[in-house]
Design a protein around this ligand. Structure first.
Ligand code: NAD
Ligand code: DAU
Length: 352
């Protein structure tokens, strides 16, 4: 079959990647969607069960550090667009094991850039779209927002590795005119989020009556965005975003961790029939995350004005749907926290 476009999505088996892959496979039947993923602990093909037989979807198990494998896939499918999400994504793990982040996030990204540069003899109709994070900007005080011109000041090995990858992507645009676009997004939440991150970890712990480890005093602020809204923004930036530009994506939805945890506890009690106050009793204040960024908040007015994007799902609705998904998918939760995955849950810096 001749496809209109052949798009490589890296990290398509992960949290955000699976939502982006599903959106593209369903919305664009004329596109061939190739999902390249190494299936690390965070990647799971169960996330894509509903589309695995689609005629415009192909899964390729490969590591972005393996240049030969990436080259072969590029050549085999005549890739003309890349949406690059594959990464080590958890800040706590980057504190314990920074080199994994250097390899995948920096070297893996440069490998992909080199492959694109090598195979794209003409840049006409090509796009290298790099998905990044607001954490590259460092931390905010009580006021203000990150804009596209905020200087980079990463504070964790994770954010430093993402900042380095952003710089390489931008540099390949400047130096080789590779048609690159970057977006930097705030904290996502939603179904299929690996239960090491705040929201799914706490849902899983409440289900299993385990302590809820709040770092420090819990007075840290994050700007939460429903993952399907991020996927919609990625679709828009991929198709309408300008080459060599950066777009900030955020939820206009700031929450202090402790307030969010209290809300989560209340919703969990309501939905599971627990007596009010049951989940709250599980809250345990633990040693703070080293280098913990105080506050993130995105000014998403550029993508709003230029591309017409804004979040469509309210936090109340998104969080409620997310909890329902985890309560209805306990098997998924069990699968990704047991067997070979178990070691990842024992590895938490605050227990050391
Ligand atoms: P995730 O950890 O859930 O998924 C990462 C995916 O990448 C997994 O499927 C994993 O198997 C794959 N992967 C990891 N190393 C690989 C390698 N060497 N080769 C091939 N595949 C590999 O991550 P996520 O939360 O879905 O984040 C996706 C991207 O979005 C990342 O680049 C992250 O930095 C960025 N981002 C995430 C958030 C968030 O809140 N989760 C916010 C902004 C930006
Ligand atoms: O801002 C975007 C980033 O959001 C993404 O780039 C990262 O990939 C993603 O993991 C996320 O990073 P955070 O560090 O903000 O997310 P996390 O869920 O790990 O933590 C959210 C907040 O909750 C943070 O202030 C730390 C705190 N926390 C987290 C965990 C896991 C706790 O208090 N207890 C916990 O057990």
């Amino acid at each position: 079959m001749n496809f209109e476009r052949n798009i490589l999505i890296t990290g398509g088996a992960g949290f955000i990647g699976s939502h982006v892959t599903r959106l593209f496979v369903n919305k664009y039947p004329g596109y061939n969607i190739i999902n390249l993923d190494a299936l690390t602990y965070a990647g799971n093909l169960e996330n894509l069960k509903d589309i695995e037989d689609a005629s415009n979807y192909i899964f390729e198990k490969a590591n972005i550090l393996d240049t030969n494998a990436v080259d072969k896939i590029f050549n085999k499918y005549k890739i003309d667009g890349i949406i690059h999400l594959a990464a080590e994504s958890h800040v706590d793990r980057s504190i314990l094991s920074p080199m994994d982040f250097v390899y995948t996030n920096i070297i893996g990204t440069v490998n992909l850039l080199n492959t694109a540069k090598k195979f794209w003899t003409s840049f006409e109709g090509k796009k290298f779209y790099h998905i990044s994070t607001d954490e590259v900007y460092g931390t905010l005080g009580k006021t203000g927002f990150f804009t596209e011109t905020t200087p980079y000041a990463p504070n964790s090995p994770y954010s430093a590795s993402k900042a380095a990858s952003d710089h390489f992507v931008r540099a390949y645009g400047e130096t080789y005119h590779l048609p690159v676009t970057i977006s930097n997004c705030s904290n996502n939440y939603g179904p299929n989020h690996f239960p090491e991150k705040l929201i799914p970890l706490f849902i899983n712990n409440i289900i299993n009556k385990k302590p809820l480890p709040v770092y420090g005093d819990g007075n840290y602020t994050r700007d939460w965005l429903y993952v399907k809204d991020h996927a919609a923004a990625i679709d828009l930036v991929f198709h309408k975003g300008k080459d060599f530009e950066t777009y900030n994506i955020g939820g206009f939805n700031e929450w202090k961790n402790i307030d969010l945890v209290m809300l989560l506890c209340k919703l969990m009690d309501d939905k599971t029939g627990n007596a009010p106050g049951t989940s709250e009793k599980l809250i345990t204040f633990v040693k703070d995350r080293p280098g913990h960024d105080k506050r993130y908040a995105i000014d998403a007015s550029k993508i709003n004005k230029e591309l017409g994007w804004k979040p469509s799902v309210s936090f109340e609705k998104g969080l409620s749907e997310t909890i329902d998904w985890y309560l209805q998918n306990k098997e998924w939760l069990k699968n990704v926290t047991s067997g070979e995955y178990k070691q990842y849950f024992e590895l938490q810096y605050h227990r050391r």
